[in-house]
Design a protein around this ligand. Sequence first.
Ligand SMILES: [Zn+2]
Length: 86
Amino acid sequence: MPIYAYRCSQCGFEKDVLQKMSDPPLTTCPECNTDNFSKQLTAAGFQLKGSGWYQTDFKGGSSAAKPKADNPPPCQGGTGACPSCS
Ligand SMILES: [Zn+2]
């Protein structure tokens, strides 16, 4: 059974719906109850249309991959062990 991506043009609600090929397409948005709920054509078209997934992925990836600031070298002033600190 194929899964269809539906989107409401009224409120932007999105849902993947499992339907038989023979099932009539949904038209009523379960979120705002208007008849603006419509089937998206393909997953590929969906990706082309919205750049949101990419930006989200990029931001999340870069911030997650960013290492924490390097720990300072083990040089504490006052111990006399480091010539540049004393
Ligand atoms: Zn809606």
